[in-house]
Design a protein around this ligand. Sequence first.
Ligand code: UD1
Length: 372
Amino acid sequence: MANLLITGGAGYIGSHACFTLLQQDHTLVVVDDFSNGSVDALRAVATLAGLQSEPRQGLVGGSNRCWRWRAPTSRRTRLSLIEGDIRRAQDLQIAFEVLDEEPIAAVLHFAGLKAVAESVAKPLDYWDVNVSGSRQLFDVMAENHCRTVVFSSSATVYGMAESVPIHESQPVRPINPYGQTKAAVEQMLQDLAASAGPNEPGWRIACLRYFNPVGAHESGAIGEDPDGIPSNLLPLICQVASGQLERLEVYGSDWPTTDGTGVRDYIHVMDLAEGHCAALQTLLAEPPQMLTLNLGSGQGHSVLEMVKAFERINGVPVPYALCQRRAGDSAVSVADPRGAQGRLGWSTRRDLATICRDAWRWQQQNPLGYSN
Ligand code: UD1
């Protein structure tokens, strides 16, 4: 049981991680600016975890909105949500002070911008939020004597990988600004890990390189709520199946794969959340170190396999059309997952059928995301 700061905890992956961490009896302080997350996501997380809203709500630090939840039988706050921006030291400091009894033991850092195409159009926004924001966070962490961090990196740092499955030892060669910013934060963390001196306590760091996070909590109460028309495959399939979109455009049918469509390593978001818990546990139990690990299943599925599986499992048609390749895509991206298995004792447990079923349940229960 530890007190944890979760940046970006009101977003897609962050909210699922919050639920899993609450199940493991941790106490959470979430900082989120709601640019791609919502209070409703955490309300749903709190309800799922059996927590209730505290009467004590309102502002902290003078001007930051704050929400709190606790177990019905306890007076102790288990989940706090502070509206704040990781680029503002003051917002982060408020988060470190909101649990006045005990210090924060570790940070899980999910906050960041994540759309590849947008990063090409607005690179400075990505450097500002992802890189400057992370720098600010690590600075405030050090000031508060907190040197344990789990960072949301991405398989996108590999760019066009040399071979598949992709091992962590492959070169980091991102091909878009989003990937560049993830690689830059990994580098910053590597420098921090190397900075420990005889009188300087060491950092405990895990950079987790996600493959393709998909699906939703099995209750259908939390899931992915993309802003506008989604750009990732599974949310698009869901919107086509529900009739919100007419058909799926399959980007390329001439890739060097079994059926000509792109192959990816889809990982259930609850498996991903559990991977974070395993990384945290390992960091807290072992001497200071830096871990850089893929989080993926090691299984590749093509776009058409995904469409067929979704149709079969859920009994709904997903009309599609074969189209041109999308700029910047690669044929195959599949993790070598053995690093995480060996170091964390973690591997994925949920299969493609579970992914399709859970994604569809979330879509059906929340056709307009959290805003319905
Ligand atoms: C994308 C990002 C990647 C990011 C990841 C996280 C790009 C180029 N890459 O990866 O950096 O880390 O999301 O979620 O944007 N597809 C279609 N039709 C569609 C959408 C997708 O056929 O309308 C295909 C793609 O060509 C690909 C597969 O579906 O083969 C998965 O696509 P997507 O969900 O966008 O993920 P990635 O491209 O792997």
